[in-house]
Design a protein around this ligand. Sequence first.
Ligand code: BES
Ligand code: MN
Ligand code: ZN
Length: 503
Amino acid sequence: MQNVHKTPAVAATARKTRDLDTDLLIVPVFEHDDLSDEPDLDRAAGGAYAAARQRGEFGGKLFEQLLIPLTGGTVKASRALLIGAGPRGDVTTERLRRIASAGALAARQRRLASVSLLWRPVDGVATAPAAQALAEGAVLANYEGITYKTEGPGVAWLERVELRVGQVDDGIVERGRILGECTNMARALSNEPGNVLTPRAFAERASTLAKEAGLDVELLDEKQIADLKMGLLLGVARGSDQPPRVIVLRHRPKNARSGIVLGLVGKGITFDTGGISIKPAENMDKMKDDMSGGAAVIGAMIALARLEAPIACIGIVPATENMPGGRAMKPGDVLTSAEGKTVEVLNTDAEGRLILGDALWYARQMGVTHLIDVATLTGACVVALGKTTSGLFGRPAAWVEAVRRASDRAGDRSWPMPIFDDYKELLKSEIADFTNTGGRAGGAISAALFIKEFVGDLPWVHIDIAGTAWAEEAKPYQPKGATGVGVRTLAELALDVDAWSNL
Ligand code: BES
Ligand code: MN
Ligand code: ZN
């Protein structure tokens, strides 16, 4: 496997545009923008921008691009990429992140290694979050999805990113850089084929990355999992020749907020065939990304360690394949969870909730006070919210809202869904405590209610990323494939402990 991402050096600067010594100036340009705040640029371009505007070649529409040579001799850089930012009043941090990504990607396509991104202040966006978003966006662009081609052009990486944001705290730029890097790590894990990223390989890779970042790592093997009586995880793992693992990562800083231990649990199905209730062949290959929730937890934990977040945090990723082997669990089988609850398996393709059940119980045994789980859990969530928005389920409402706000800052959109008790009868079983499937109607909600059975009385949020974990199409700001959704949401939430510590 080749390197699939590289984190550039990122620094803030307060220098004037004309003094930026770079391969490419990346300039966000709004609609109806006369660039009057950048007189150097205008002059050096020799009127090229005004002419393009007049001709209707470039009007500042979102992600529109115009490369102009800077030959006027008044600036150090030799060219500028104008990138459409849409109406000035619509600019948000998320839009800045995407603009930075699109601009940085365009630089890489031209094999330019150093860029300067200009921040042109707009109402409603403070400089610090803008700097963080620009850093994230630029780092996110330094990602390549293709790793197993034996031929093809060598990859050009961005080496140096300068953010012309004026005076900001270096910490905020570093925060953006690390969150971008950890998102790329999660993308790289999710894009790996299932034959490469087996549960054992996933655990080893996570362990190496986590140790480098200074996290405590514990990997539970099949024997330890059996000793803990995790019957739901073992039930799913039975159909595979690959043994399961549980990845446990701990961040325990000395200055941690007392009385709080955040528990992050991520679904780690390294390949989901559906098991005996097997999936159709079409698109089954996509199910190599069914460990994206686990990757998000691993990425977020690494970010927290690197940023020395002042909060104790435990990340737990149950990892297994879901295969239809000769010893596989069958529809109608009854499994007993580590907590002692019994489950009638009506559909072996509803495996995510099973492994999460045991992992959430385990998180509680470890003493967590607040729970979040992230999972590519249901096709029903994709039907409900589409491919751009993750579903949020949980209680109390204030905890759900804390997660929603974090996701908003992170640029991972999410929206709350109901978990009314009325839906619980969908999981009624004749012979066990409940079934693992509630049928098609309200399928994302009955899945969440199943998970709720394993979270005790703790504040808990379940994030269903089935629609958001994988991009079917490349966008100007995002490659096709794994998105790394969830990493920044979880990290932002943990970093903002002040906002929810008295929940
Ligand atoms: N991993 C899938 C969910 C999924 C579907 C993710 C599509 C991404 C895209 C999950 O394990 C699954 O198979 N869920 C079933 C549940 C059903 C059998 C109750 C589903 O959604 O169809
Ligand atoms: Mn499944
Ligand atoms: Zn699955």
